[in-house]
Design a protein around this ligand. Structure first.
Ligand code: GH3
Ligand code: MG
Ligand code: MG
Length: 338
């Protein structure tokens, strides 16, 4: 921050006449600005792309590409930050001033240039630039905060649901697979109970970094709830999603969680589902399938990855059904009440 304040503002002087450039450069450098120059529009655009200056002093009349076109291109490039453009126009040309402002110039100065006036205009434009940069930075921060889970730095649930929506649509349209894994730390409550909430938070953060490390660049890793995480794996078929879940599970199992006052080990259960699958028609069914598989992983003793509609999953579900039938059939307990 302090560095930014101390740095001299960088001004790009664009003019095809070398002696004009030299006069402007000498005057602006004497006033503490850091100047660079370009002799034509194309060179100016190249320099702006390579390193956006804080301000551009732009001549209108240049061969090949005039100043208006340069201004239009710079102002229509969404990749660039706000760069104020002061157009240099001939004294008598109202049309040129109007056209320049229309093309996106922020101010103009008439030739021959009076340095006191130029300096005042440069300063006023740099003030606006500073405000614009602050707004852009604040917006960026807000956008980041809106999609991020404060504790772990992973995506939050809302953002995950939005990505899932997008990814599921994309997958159905192009018929590309999509994997979804739900993770839940085993007996996590006991971490809080035994070591305190702060230790619990530390374990969540470390589990989050493990998932992030195991995931690929294209995957979306998020915190779905308290100690539940979800990872969306575009392009992953069921087997690949199981492999991913299993790797993450092993990493957690092997990790020694450290916190202020001690260390501990913890395991994690995983529920895996993937589209396409005959029982999964909608994105909500994909999440439900992963969640059902996670439930079975917990039931089967935790610290494992269970795949929706896999052998373990189906064997367990059948047992569950039999159990319900038996108890209901015995006339004792109605289904769902046991
Ligand atoms: P299971 O193996 O069945 O998942 O058992 P569990 O103890 O992990 O599950 P349970 O759902 O009973 O408990 C989850 C605990 O997670 C309870 C809650 O206090 C804790 N928790 C949720 N969010 C946070 C958090 O942000 N920080 C901390 N420290 N704990 C949290
Ligand atoms: Mg848990
Ligand atoms: Mg839980």
């Amino acid at each position: 921050m302090a560095d930014e304040k101390q740095r001299a503002s960088r001004i790009l002087i664009v003019d095809d006449q070398e002696d004009n450039v030299e006069v402007l450069r000498a005057g602006l450098e004497a006033r503490g600005y850091d100047c660079d120059s370009a002799q034509d529009g194309e060179e100016a655009l190249r320099k702006v792309d390579a390193m956006p200056p804080d301000l551009i002093l732009l001549d209108v009349t240049m061969p090949r590409m005039d100043g208006h076109e340069v201004a239009r291109r710079i102002k229509s490039n969404p990749a660039l930050p706000f760069i104020p453009i002061i157009m240099q126009t001939a004294l008598d040309s109202i049309e040129s001033k109007v056209e320049g402002l229309g093309a996106g110039a922020d101010d103009y100065i008439t030739k021959p240039i009076n340095f006191a006036e130029l300096e005042a205009r440069v300063r006023s434009m740099l003030r606006i630039k500073k405000l614009q940069d602050e707004i852009a930075k604040a917006n960026e921060q807000l956008t980041r905060m809106a999609v991020t889970d404060g504790l772990t730095g992973l995506y939050n649930r809302r953002h995950l649901e939005e990505r899932l929506h997008e990814m599921f649509d994309h997958s159905s349209r192009l018929h590309e697979p999509l994997g979804c894994v739900m993770f839940d730390l085993d007996h996590f409550k006991s971490v809080n109970d035994t070591h305190g909430h702060q230790a619990g938070d530390e374990v969540l953060k470390q589990a989050a970094s493990i998932l992030k490390k195991v995931a690929r660049e294209v995957d979306r890793v998020g915190r779905y709830g308290g100690e539940e995480f979800m990872v969306l794996l575009p392009g992953a078929v069921g087997d690949a999603a199981v492999t991913f879940a299993e790797r993450a599970r092993q990493e957690v199992e092997g990790h020694v969680f450290t916190f202020d006052g001690g260390t501990l080990r913890r395991t994690m259960s995983c529920g895996v589902a993937a589209w396409p699958h005959p029982q999964i028609k909608h994105r909500e069914q994909l999440v439900k399938a992963a969640d059902d598989a996670l439930y079975v992983a917990k039931e089967l003793g935790r610290n494992r990855a269970v795949r929706f509609d896999g052998a373990e999953f189906n064997a367990h579900s059948e047992n569950d059904d039999e159990h319900v039938e038996t108890t209901a059939g015995a006339g004792g307990v109605a289904p769902g009440e046991h």
